[in-house]
Ligand binder design. Structure first.
Ligand SMILES: *Cc1c(COP(=O)(O)O)cnc(C)c1O
Length: 422
């Protein structure tokens, strides 16, 4: 990988055409690859030589996007997945099995909360949720002998709180387990969790990375720094019977985790990113740095307007000096806090719904982090499955509105909010 600055890497990393080759990343819309000998195929299947076997496991178009995302996050490798949900699922299940345990921040995306609290539980993996703002001693109480990972979000969706990544990294290190950080909202442009001690980074590329709401996708990035040989991860160090006895740490050194995720989990479960979606995600990544700058700039203006309105009860946006997470944002998000704001308007749930229905430019969509301004009421959509007490644990009041500031002129967005507030 190159030592270029991150803006240059958004455009130039991943695909590097040779003389006379297409300038733009080609879409290798092929499930399969051709070989000269059966011996070569056998070596591929024994993981003795690198190369593509089958698009479920790897594909040249997808691989370029994986290399670009790994470079942006500062990892040794990445694996693209069919969605952000798949990325979180594989990131955890790659190192957890029945009987294992995970400590997770309770302030996370509703889909991840459901995955952790219901689906993983059925698979025998138990997740304990902690308050990310609690003291280290308090969080330590959630650990058990079978704890295998810690999970949290850089900027929590939709509470818009900022994670103290170094605190979580310290706790994880003390317990000899990796820290997995969902960096979807911040993107590597605003924060690179690996620089603060995260071991694995996951993304819903569906959001800012794509940026135009065309492709559902996800990614897992491996920092390559975690010591899998500490005795807690036999699946990483002992021979894998499904690969003629390959031991991942021995065969792939610092890439053990991400290789296992691909050749074992992706091979068996099959939630891969399609070449077409990788192509579209790559186009999004090329402008990520510029878009993030404008999302942040517009969001500050909108957040200030909301803060000044007597119709608004409270605003969560960490770039505002009055925000609870202002200092944390100064440390982890010095370039800005993304385009997502959450706020509550006076009058409760009914008034929140009325406000949303009156908006003309901002569209009601089950999506965030997109070029077009969007608005969502988490309690009646993404977090609908949560009980009132689970909602409060996740930091979501029933009247909370999640507002995703787009790339339109900020004055037009503000005028729309103003007329809808009435
Ligand atoms: C949307 C989202 C996810 C899930 O991603 P999908 O691509 O929708 O599966 C995970 N984490 C966060 C923070 C998200 O915003």
């Amino acid at each position: 990988m190159e030592s270029w600055r991150i803006e240059t890497r958004c455009l130039q990393e991943g695909y590097k055409p040779g003389n006379g080759e297409p300038r733009v990343l080609p879409i290798f819309q092929s499930t399969t690859y051709k070989y000269d000998s059966t011996e070569h195929v056998a070596k591929l299947f024994d993981l003795e030589v690198p190369g593509h076997m089958y698009t479920r496991i790897s594909n040249p178009t997808v691989e370029c996007v994986e290399n670009k995302i790994a470079s942006l996050e500062g990892g040794v490798g990445a694996l693209c997945t069919s969605s952000g949900q798949s990325a979180s699922m594989i990131a955890v299940m790659n190192i957890c099995g029945c009987g294992d345990h995970v400590v997770s921040s309770g302030t996370i995306y509703g889909g991840t909360y459901n995955l952790f609290s219901v689906t993983l539980k059925k698979m025998g993996v138990e997740v304990s949720f902690v308050d990310p703002d609690a003291s280290e001693d308090e969080i330590q109480k959630a650990f058990r002998p079978g704890t295998k990972a810690v999970f949290a979000e850089t900027i929590a969706n939709p509470k818009i709180s900022v994670l103290d990544i170094e605190k979580f990294a310290r706790i994880s290190k003390k317990n000899n387990v990796p820290l997995i950080v969902d960096n979807t909202f911040a993107t590597p442009i605003l924060c690179r969790p690996i620089e603060f001690g995260a071991d694995i980074v996951v993304h819903s590329t569906t959001k800012y990375m794509d940026g135009h709401a065309t492709s559902v996708g996800g990614a897992i990035v491996d920092a390559g720094s975690f010591d899998w040989k500490n005795g807690k991860y036999p699946d990483m160090t002992q021979p894998d019977p499904s690969y003629h006895g390959v031991a991942y740490t021995e065969a792939f050194a610092e890439k053990a985790y991400i290789t296992k995720a691909r050749v074992q989990y992706m091979r068996d479960i099959g939630n891969c990113m399609s070449p077409m979606n990788a192509f579209l995600t790559n186009i999004g990544l090329e402008t990520l740095h510029i878009r993030m700058e404008r999302h942040c700039e517009n969001a500050v203006k909108v957040a200030r307007y909301l803060k000044g309105s007597d119709k608004v009860l409270s605003v969560s946006y960490p770039a505002l000096a009055e925000d609870k997470y202002y200092d944390m944002a100064g440390k982890y998000l010095p370039k800005g806090c993304s385009g997502v704001i959450s706020f509550r308007i006076k009058g409760g749930r009914e008034e929140a719904v009325r406000f949303m229905d009156r908006l003309k430019l901002a569209a009601i969509v089950v999506h965030v982090a997109d070029a077009r301004t969007a608005v969502l009421h988490p309690a009646s959509s993404t977090h609908r499955q949560l009980s009132d007490s689970q909602l409060m644990d996740a930091g979501i009041e029933p009247d909370l509105i999640r507002f995703s500031v787009g790339l339109e002129n900020a004055d037009d967005i503000i005028e729309d909010i103003s007329q809808a507030l009435g």
